[in-house]
Design a protein around this ligand. Structure first.
Ligand SMILES: [Zn+2]
Length: 274
């Protein structure tokens, strides 16, 4: 599943196509007319916002991709052997030296500058956790519009903060000692700040490394463990030996894994707001 860190990884790989004219482009049928205009143009900039990839081309078209749960990319030389069937190819960009293929991703759009500017979904996105200029104040403001929502549901909402997916949600809340069931109004700014301080480097480390997400470090990784709590329900917490719990949250009933002993819900009365 793609979280913000995998999108950063893909963006880095896509940069290897920058500056070389495209010689072939395959895109969904709906965009065939625009795709036919792309050969000869060059990729000139790769942007990301949360889980969204934006491939800016020299002819003012931007390709917008979102992998959702199932999309993935493959990079290599032109006409490389594909690791998935041809029918799963949603987008293919080929230069003389390199090829990038996007499989199964439900969102591929070829947008004009004006369409990009007025794109409702992109405009509604919250601050990108992994941007160098991540806007903590704006994210806090957006969180305050969802005071009754459990924090484990709120931080997955890309209109509040962009880039966090299900793995880093559970792992980040564990490491920040916040119970995912806590209503947002009971999470003080200092705890939210600590959550970002934990998640940003953890996600960036995973973006720089190939392979699956790992949040554990050192000795704890022995035995093939990768996570503190994610997908460990019923097994013992590495910190306190209590069993890890799993609940489902939000409209999409996404799983949240946590240790009720290590992660707390602050008392109503103890809450001091700024
Ligand atoms: Zn624990």
């Amino acid at each position: 599943m793609a979280e913000g860190h995998s999108v950063l990884r893909w963006a880095t790989a896509l940069r290897s196509l920058i500056g070389e004219p495209l010689v072939a482009v395959d895109a969904p049928q709906r965009w065939a007319t625009r795709a036919a205009m792309l050969p000869g143009a060059e990729l000139c900039r790769i942007g990301t916002h949360g889980k969204h990839l934006l491939l800016h081309l020299s002819n003012d078209i931007t390709i917008h991709c979102h992998a959702m749960m199932y999309g993935s990319w493959q990079f290599g030389p032109p006409e490389m052997a594909l690791r998935k069937p041809e029918k799963n190819v949603r987008l293919r960009l080929r230069t003389r030296k390199r090829e990038a293929v996007f499989f199964n991703g439900p969102v591929v759009e070829l947008l004009t500058a004006q369409e990009l500017e007025s794109h409702e979904k992109l405009r509604a996105l919250g601050p990108d956790l992994l941007h160098v200029s991540f806007d903590r104040e704006e994210t806090w403001r957006r969180l305050q519009e969802h005071l009754e929502r459990p924090i484990g549901d709120a931080i997955l909402d890309q209109q509040i903060v962009a880039g966090i997916g299900n793995i880093f949600k559970s792992e980040g809340l564990f490491l920040a000692a916040i119970d995912p069931r806590t209503p947002t109004r009971l999470v003080p700014p200092s705890k939210v700040g600590r959550l970002w301080d934990i998640l940003i480097p953890l996600m960036l480390q995973n973006a720089r490394r190939a392979g699956p997400v790992v949040t554990l470090n050192g000795n704890l990784r022995r035995g093939g463990e990768r996570y503190w709590v994610y997908q460990r329900s019923g097994r013992l917490c590495f910190r306190c030996n209590a069993p890890i719990a799993m609940i489902r949250q939000g409209k999409l009933k996404r799983t949240s894994f946590f240790c009720a002993n290590c992660q707390e819900i602050p008392k109503e009365t103890a809450m001091v707001r700024d």
